[in-house]
Design a protein around this ligand. Structure first.
Ligand SMILES: Nc1ncnc2c1ncn2[C@@H]1O[C@H](COP(=O)(O)OP(=O)(O)OP(=O)(O)O)[C@@H](O)[C@H]1O
Length: 283
């Protein structure tokens, strides 16, 4: 069952274009949205929040359309922005009270627990919080109304590695009951490798992959060998990196059998980072 569905979604922003995009985010799982800078991640996430509208097509959340169910849908979503949208002059407590008033499901005990764990003093002004503390506040607020869907745009950007891990463990705990869904965008493939069940991979507005992390990892092999091998046997490679020591390249499993195997060519399972590096075509 899907928590989010993009249907024939098209959006243009100047030169940038997303054309007829179709994919779903599975309910009950963690999905990582990944892609290089400017590939359209924020555009898609903002569309799920109805902060921007598609030129064509639609985005359904819990099988409902924003056209007539905006308030109902938003009550069920916790959203952590990549930028600061709080009022600078308010204290943590004052800002929390404003947000809490929007949500009938607000759980103040839960907020207080996160506030304690994240060391967010009640009386500290929003403008006095570091970037990391603001993210912690945003996450505490997003989780405290017990949303069915948690959406985060680059939640770990600018955070230290300890808190990055803490967020990942909070997310894993959050989806434990099987009914909750997380969608988050990131540049950091290690985070996806660690916790994502599903991956949506976009490049320049086009969908490269949407499916389970295992299926993505299973699509390719990483091959390595001396450069001379490449001249003798041109291979259908996806991306290639060469140095004086030899070559390293990605190949689809379908093409794997076309490799003229000998003891000088080695193959191994790629990491997510290898796949992103070689498929982004900058090498
Ligand atoms: N309001 C706008 N007007 C014109 N172009 C825009 C606007 N908003 C976004 N874009 C363009 O749309 C493209 C996609 O931007 P988007 O922010 O969705 O990418 P992203 O994958 O989130 O990037 P990043 O990883 O750098 O945050 C970019 O080329 C950007 O310049």
């Amino acid at each position: 069952m899907s928590a989010i569905e993009f249907r024939q979604y098209s959006k243009r922003n100047g030169d940038f274009k997303i054309d007829n995009l179709n994919f779903q985010i599975e309910k009950g799982f963690i999905t990582g949205l990944i892609g290089p800078n400017g590939s359209g991640k924020t555009t898609l996430i903002r569309s799920v929040m109805n902060l921007i509208r598609p030129d064509e097509g639609e985005v359904l959340v819990f099988n409902q359309s924003y056209l007539n169910k905006e308030r109902e849908i938003k009550q069920k979503i916790g959203f952590v922005y990549d930028e600061d949208f709080f009022y600078d002059h308010l204290t943590v407590k004052e800002m929390k009270n404003i947000v809490a008033a929007f949500y009938p499901s607000w759980n103040d005990l839960l907020f207080q627990r996160y506030q304690h764990d994240f060391a967010l003093p009640d009386k500290r002004k929003m403008r006095e919080l570091s970037k990391g503390m603001k993210t912690k506040f945003a996450l505490a607020v997003a989780l405290a109304h017990e949303p069915e869907l948690l959406i985060m745009d680059e939640p770990t950007a600018g955070l230290d590695s300890i808190f990055r891990r803490e967020i990942l463990s909070i997310l894993s705990g959050y989806i434990q009951d099987g009914n909750r869904t997380v969608l988050f965008s990131t540049h950091i493939s290690m985070e996806l490798e660690r916790i994502a069940d599903y991956i949506v991979y976009i490049q320049n507005g086009s969908l490269q992959f949407s499916g389970t992390k295992e299926d993505l990892l299973d699509t390719y092999m990483l091959v390595k060998g001396p450069n001379a091998q490449l001249q003798q046997h041109p291979l259908p490679l996806i991306g290639l990196q060469q140095s004086s020591l030899g070559f390293e390249a990605l190949i689809t499993k379908d093409n794997y059998t076309s490799i003229p195997w000998n003891e000088r060519i080695a193959a191994e399972k790629p990491s997510l980072d290898d796949i992103l590096f070689f498929t982004q075509g900058r090498n």
